[in-house]
Write a protein that binds this ligand. Structure first.
Ligand SMILES: C[S@@+](CC[C@H](N)C(=O)[O-])C[C@H]1O[C@@H](n2cnc3c(N)ncnc32)[C@H](O)[C@@H]1O
Length: 192
């Protein structure tokens, strides 16, 4: 059986290497932050965001245990304000939407901030880079959030980026993901 989680990491791994600058836009317990930190190494940088203080505490502990804290900047703020914190182009970014498993289900990502955050992340990624967005349509907000993200991306100019959706056809409420690849030859000046 295919695992979407494995496919996600395989796609990201093709774009992320030693010394890269990347972002985890939904830090949670820090599993994705750690994976990114291990890939970029000490010469790279991982910017990680979350609105929950516990997420920062748990992630800091995990990164320290694994010896990866040095290359990470943990930010206690909403991801839609990313331009306030990230002042350099990034190679890749991950959004793992929804709420923290085992945490407070009321603290979930919301379309009002997720959509501007994705828009800001698109502006931050270098040509040739990528973004991955994991979506959980099993709860109401996740379902609507996913639909709006897909509608927004379907309108983008393919000269700039290509957006792909990976889902299990016969499990319509199971998690799916969107992968965005940025054209390495695209120049922002080409934008009309
Ligand atoms: C599914 S969890 C992320 C799991 C995480 N990537 C991991 O590896 O453990 C979603 C996280 O998004 C966070 N979140 C919700 N709204 C946010 C926002 N506006 N900005 C940043 N993080 C947000 C939640 O607090 C939660 O920790």
């Amino acid at each position: 059986m295919l695992s979407l989680r494995v496919i996600e990491k395989d796609l990201l791994a093709e774009h992320i290497g030693n010394g890269n600058v990347v972002a985890d836009f939904t830090m949670g317990n820090g599993n994705d932050t750690l994976w990114l930190a291990q890939r970029v190494g000490t010469y790279g940088r991982v910017y990680a965001f979350d609105i929950q203080e516990d997420a920062l505490k748990n992630t800091e502990k995990l990164l320290a245990e694994k010896g990866c804290i040095e290359q990470c900047t943990l930010i206690h703020d909403s991801h839609h304000r990313l331009a306030e914190y990230i002042k350099e182009p990034i190679d890749a970014g991950i959004f793992n939407l929804g709420f923290l498993p085992g945490g407070d289900k009321r603290v979930t990502t919301l379309r009002e901030t997720t959509l501007p955050a994705i828009e800001a992340a698109i502006n931050a990624v270098k040509p040739g880079g990528c973004l991955l967005i994991a979506i959980y349509p099993g709860h109401e907000e996740g379902c609507i959030e996913g639909q709006l993200i897909c509608e927004m991306l379907a309108k983008r100019d393919q000269r700039e980026l290509s957006a792909y959706r990976f889902n299990v056809l016969n499990a319509p409420t199971s998690p799916y993901f969107v992968f965005i690849e940025f054209n390495p030859k695209y120049k922002k000046e080409d934008k009309q």
